[in-house]
Design a binder for this molecule. Structure first.
Ligand code: NAD
Ligand code: TYD
Length: 352
């Protein structure tokens, strides 16, 4: 089949990126999807098994901080679109190693912007550079209020500072060079294939292992949770229908305190494992708070709903249940990703 678009996905072996690659490869057989990923601890080619032999899919192992690799890739594949997801993405790791976050998230983004600018030149018709960002750039909310697209940036962790910086560069390339860019800032994703350093898979894995469930501080920090396939449907719409130069906030209208979420996961997991009710809750342990821990994130997703007709399709009840189910049915996957490097990291942060 002749290819109508050549797309670069960065970070396509990570949690969200692998769902996106599978979606694009299966839905658009006339697109050629090139997945560029460094395969850090968070990248896992096993996630891409369903498409690894598809003729419209190519995996390239490479680092976005390497400008020459990026330049050659643009030259070889003549991309008309970019979905840029590659990033160091875990707040706790950013507190330990901020420089790595600046390198990948800021410098890596600049390398991609430069390569797109050189390759596309004045011929920007039909081209789009889509930068995938986070709601964390807006900082921390009190008990009320929502992040809107015009909320001033106020990042507080090295992770969110690096994402905020990359967002600014992406906008600067639109204004200064006329590069067609679009940005989305999304709330916390959850679902299958998420690396178990993030709260939801970490809790499910620890319940399975009968290990303590570490809840930071008083457990009353609030996050807005979005099922990953709803993020993918938003990204598909933004890439195809979004307007260059615009930003879209994406959220699940699904705010939960961490402790409420953890208790919910405990009850679902006990039920699905046939364990006595209350067993998993007894593993909950309040631990030292994360430094600079943002209190509350909440999104006003009115713009994408109104202008692009997007809405999340998965309720929290449905999404959390199917997520727990997936991890319980994929314990081999969990065991493989929690061995090796992850184990060392876990021991360093949590002690055992
Ligand atoms: P992830 O950590 O699961 O995956 C990141 C991927 O990027 C990995 O496959 C990793 O190998 C790759 N990568 C890291 N450094 C690289 C480099 N230098 N060169 C090439 N590849 C590199 O992250 P995720 O949760 O899938 O998030 C993807 C994107 O979405 C990130 O940009 C993140 O900021 C953004 N985001 C995530 C969430 C969330 O809740 N997970 C929410 C909003 C936005
Ligand atoms: P996380 O999944 O790391 O996402 P983010 O920090 O990007 O929002 O954490 C979600 C929330 O859960 C956050 O408020 C921190 C908290 N948390 C814990 O209480 N215990 C944990 O072990 C982890 C990883 C997170």
């Amino acid at each position: 089949m002749p290819k109508t678009k050549s797309l670069l996905i960065t970070g396509g072996a990570g949690f969200i990126g692998s769902h996106l690659c599978i979606h694009l490869v299966e839905k658009y057989p006339d697109y050629h999807v090139v997945n560029l990923d460094k395969l850090t601890y968070a990248g896992n080619l096993e996630n891409l098994k369903p498409i690894e032999n598809c003729q419209n899919y190519t995996f390239v192992k490479g680092d976005i901080t390497d400008a020459e690799t990026i330049r050659r890739l643009f030259e070889k594949y003549d991309f008309s679109g970019v979905f840029h997801l590659a990033a160091e993405s875990h707040v706790d790791r950013s507190i330990e190693s901020p420089n790595e976050f600046a390198m990948t998230n800021v410098l890596g983004t600049l390398n991609l912007l430069n390569a797109a600018r050189v390759q596309w030149g004045e011929k920007t018709e039909g081209k789009m550079f889509y930068h995938i960002s986070t709601d964390e750039v807006y900082g921390s909310l009190g008990d009320t209020g929502l992040f809107r697209e015009d909320t001033p940036y106020d990042p507080r962790s090295p992770y969110s500072a690096s994402k905020a910086s990359s967002d600014h560069f992406v906008r600067a390339y639109y204004h200064t060079y006329g590069l067609p860019v679009v940005i989305s800032n999304c709330s916390n994703n959850y679902g299958p294939l998420q690396f178990p350093e993030k709260l939801i898979p970490l809790v499910i894995n620890n319940i399975l292992q009968k290990r303590e469930l570490p809840v930071y501080g008083d457990g009353k920090n609030v996050r807005d949770w979005l099922y990953v396939s709803d993020h993918i449907s938003a990204m598909d719409l933004i890439f195809h229908k979004g307007k260059a130069g615009e930003t879209y906030n994406i959220g699940g209208d699904n705010e939960m305190q961490n402790i409420e979420l953890v208790r919910n996961l405990c009850d679902i997991t006990d039920e699905l494992l046939g364990r006595e009710k209350g067993f998993a809750r007894s593993l909950i342990t309040f631990v030292k708070d994360r430094p600079g821990h943002d209190r509350r994130y909440a999104i006003d997703a009115g713009k994408i709903k109104k202008t692009l007709g997007w809405a999340p399709a998965t309720s929290a009840t449905e999404g959390l249940r199917s997520t727990v189910n997936w991890y319980l049915n994929n314990q081999d996957w969990l065991n493989r990703v929690t061995s090796g490097a992850y184990k060392k990291y876990y021991e360093k942060f949590y002690g055992s």
